[in-house]
Design a protein around this ligand. Structure first.
Ligand SMILES: Cc1cc2nc3c(=O)[nH]c(=O)nc-3n(C[C@H](O)[C@H](O)[C@H](O)COP(=O)(O)O)c2cc1C
Length: 185
């Protein structure tokens, strides 16, 4: 089984990075092929809302803006399961997570039940390392994203500075259970 862990913080040694590490350990501990993709620095630009609002995303389910998005889109489609780990910024997912998932949503949600993420298990992790506020709104928008993608919402995990220790274990366990339940591939 291939698990792609999308991490969306510019900080390579912060809370988000620790959450991504737990996810990778949980997956590889069950024998999965787990890879992290760091979205910051991956050269993913914003959706340009081509044409009168839709470009090739609508009919061809691919983004016509050629940049770092294409390769990661392919890898996400090829994966058996996804983990999205984002820091909480202003009660929302980070800018790099938003840039990638906005374009992913356009390409896949427009395919309806033929979305290449349909039924694919997803775990989302929101890491609020400041006040700890904004976890619900951040995970709420990710929940809508997962619905639009027609993926399977396996788990939504909120992490803050106070629950960090046991939530890191929770992430690893959640990913391990997801892998055990989806051994094919
Ligand atoms: C622009 C910005 C906005 C933030 N907004 C929030 C917030 O709404 N709630 C919160 O708890 N922390 C907030 N933080 C703090 C981050 O969630 C915290 O630093 C988190 O640990 C970042 O992940 P990192 O450890 O990977 O850098 C914000 C940080 C930044 C840079």
């Amino acid at each position: 089984m291939t698990v792609v862990v999308l991490s969306a913080s510019p900080n390579a040694s912060g809370l988000t990075a620790a959450c991504a590490r737990s996810a990778l350990e949980g997956a590889s501990g069950e024998g999965a092929d787990a890879r992290e993709i760091r979205l910051n620095g991956a050269g993913i630009g914003l959706c340009r809302a081509c044409g009168d609002g839709w470009g090739t995303c609508r009919g061809e389910h691919r983004c016509q803006v050629e940049d770092g998005f294409q390769d990661i889109h392919r890898r996400v489609i090829a994966a058996d399961a996804l983990v999205l780990v984002t820091p909480v910024y202003w009660g929302e997912m980070s800018e790099s997570a938003k840039a990638f998932t906005d374009r992913l949503r356009r390409c896949e949600a427009s395919a309806g039940s033929a979305s290449r993420l349909a039924g694919k298990p997803v775990i989302a992790v929101a890491a609020a390392g400041g006040s700890g506020g904004g976890l619900v709104s951040c995970l709420g928008s990710i929940e809508r994203l997962i619905q639009h993608l027609r993926a399977r919402q396996f788990d939504l995990v909120s992490v803050n500075r106070w629950n960090r220790e046991f939530k890191l274990r929770t992430i690893g366990e959640s990913v391990a259970v997801m892998v055990r339940g989806n051994p094919a591939g």
